[in-house]
Ligand binder design. Sequence first.
Ligand SMILES: [Zn+2]
Length: 112
Amino acid sequence: MAECAFCKIVKPEDEFYMYSETKMTRGRIQKGYVCEHCSNSIYGDKWYPITGYDQVCEISKLGTVREIREDRYYNITHTRNASVSYVYLTKNDKKMKKHIQSLMKRFIYTGQ
Ligand SMILES: [Zn+2]
């Protein structure tokens, strides 16, 4: 069982909507869970594909990036403070730091 990071609802791990994995010190990985209701209201419910990278990712209008892995959504957004968020995307095995603002411009506000 696991609990939603926001509403604290408790249910089986497989029934959550969004997952996260945060690397802690000494190699420990902290797992996070968010239910669909909280995800929609906090991260947004409309997602746009991010193309051109090795991962399969989507970005929301509220500035969250999720990666789709093994049929699960993982929130991979790093937030330093309220105004600076970024993600690491890989292209041809090269890891790149991408600012959320520029990804939003590229994948949400052009051509849609
Ligand atoms: Zn919740």
